[in-house]
Design a protein around this ligand. Structure first.
Ligand code: URP
Ligand code: ZN
Ligand code: ZN
Length: 459
């Protein structure tokens, strides 16, 4: 059904317009004042609300076999959580282990999403080993519409690649024009620190951060940047958490390395004291890179305001309390990850725009437009313009609420942000012109999400 969104204060990364939006056949076909809806059209009055492009989360885990268990969401639960929070597209990490066949893994990950996701989606393809068949298989995957790879410098012997494998991945990416995203922590240093802490009897979740200190992430970031420089490939650091790593990334950007930076919402809002809480309360906040000293948050917020940090994702990765408890005897056994897909936009708006002086346009840019541009989805996604997909968030800045696991849609029995006040939330969310959310409730069509084919853009 055609849809008219009336009287909106339309905010994109580069403009602000008071206008109406006319949507037909899944796309925006007109933007202008005083548009008249023909009989039968659905009309949404956006008076007093912002109208944002649908938000894009560039880093989520949904199907994830990891640390002897599986992340809790399905595409059905994760996409509904995403939409309620204003995210209309996500990029899931397809993460085979080193022992898995990449092509079979890619098909498995696609099958988990097909017909299940209520929002649009695509994947970063993880390269977790580089053998004789790898180049041919990756070429097939790229031809199928995947234009970004993922490598892990951490998680030795499971997802992690060695330097030789990293070079081969980056050389291939350079040839194909694919961007390579990377988890940047030095795996050998982490393994050595974990062993000495456990040997000293330090087993609780408060030892997770000391086992992966800032220096380990700074080294990983610098290491990745050095390899990008040597190969000429384009790269993207995922979930950068601290000032020291940001300095290494900025130094690389300044010398011309094609490098972009993502930070994720937990690192802006939470700090390492959350993981130092006794027992399972601390375990709930174990993720990698770890939550840091609070002083790092100034560097992250400043970096976000100035554009030194390009995007804000979530690294959404829900494990429930029983799974977290697997690490009761050793912090190295706590499944790493925190859910956040539902809260990202509201937290960034509340603590960035409302309380932190983050410009509304940079907010849209970091939470939507930049990721769409970097990962080959712009201008179909990431903006409000004639011809773009009609993914729209009518956002109510007058809403006041508090985050509570009891009300969340993600399949997890806790929220890392429990009790935090929120000032604003999506009032209407559309995916390609169909209303999927109204005022915190999913009212749409399950399985409506489409796989988004992308073309490499970094030749
Ligand atoms: O703790 C995290 N980040 N879990 C998910 C896997 C990853 O490293 O992104
Ligand atoms: Zn990671
Ligand atoms: Zn991740």
């Amino acid at each position: 059904m055609p849809l008219l969104i009336r009287n909106g204060d339309i905010i994109t990364s580069g403009s602000r317009t008071q206008a109406d939006i006319w949507i037909e056949d899944e796309t925006i076909t007109r933007i202008g004042r005083d548009l008249v809806a023909p009989p039968g059209a659905e009309v949404i009055d956006a008076t007093g609300k912002y109208v944002f492009p649908g938000f894009l989360d560039p880093h989520v885990h949904i199907y994830l076999p990891f640390m002897s268990t599986f992340a809790k969401d399905t595409h059905e639960t994760a996409s509904i959580a995403a939409l309620v929070g204003g995210t209309t597209t996500y990029i899931e990490m397809c993460c085979p282990s080193r022992l898995d066949d990449p092509l079979e893994a890619y098909q498995l990950w696609r099958s988990k999403a097909e017909g299940q996701s209520a929002c649009d989606y695509t994947f970063h393809m993880s390269v977790t080993q580089f053998g004789d068949k790898t180049e041919g298989q990756l070429r097939e995957i790229v031809a199928d519409g995947i234009s970004s790879f993922k490598i892990f410098l951490a998680y030795k012997n499971f997802f992690g690649v060695d330097d030789g494998e990293m070079v081969r991945t980056l050389q291939l990416a350079r040839k194909l024009g694919v961007i390579v995203t990377a988890h940047c922590e030095n795996a050998d240093l982490v393994a050595s620190l974990q062993a000495s802490l456990l040997a000293a009897g330090h087993t609780g979740p408060e030892w997770h951060e000391p086992s992966r200190p800032e220096s380990v992430e700074a080294e990983g970031t610098n290491h990745f940047a050095t390899f990008l420089e040597a190969t000429g490939a384009a790269g993207y650091v995922v979930h950068l958490s601290c000032r020291a790593a940001l300095e290494r990334a900025l130094a690389a950007k300044a010398r011309g390395v094609r490098l972009w930076v993502e930070s994720v919402i937990p690192h802006f809002i939470l700090d390492k004291t959350h993981a130092e809480r006794p027992g399972v309360e601390g375990m709930k906040h174990v993720m990698s890179p770890p939550l840091r000293e609070r002083s790092n948050q100034k560097a992250l917020w400043d970096g976000l305001r100035t554009g030194a940090i390009d995007t804000v994702g979530t690294d959404h990765c829900p494990f429930d309390v029983a799974q977290k408890w697997m690490g009761k005897d050793a912090f190295t056994q706590i499944p790493n990850g925190i859910p956040g897909i539902e809260e990202r936009v509201n937290l960034l708006y509340t603590y960035g725009v409302r309380k932190g002086g983050l410009d509304l346009h940079r907010f849209v840019d970091a939470a939507s437009t930049q990721a769409a541009k970097l990962f080959g989805l712009f201008p179909r996604k990431g903006t409000i313009a004639v011809g773009a997909d009609a993914d729209i968030v009518v956002y109510d800045p007058a809403f006041r609420g508090v985050i509570a696991a009891s009300a969340q849609h993600t399949n997890c029995d806790y929220s890392g942000f429990e009790g935090m006040p929120i000032e604003g939330r999506p009032s209407v969310v559309t995916v390609r012109g169909k209303v999927q959310v109204r005022d915190g409730a999913f009212v749409g069509e399950r399985g409506r999400g489409k796989f988004l084919k992308r073309e490499p853009g970094y030749l």
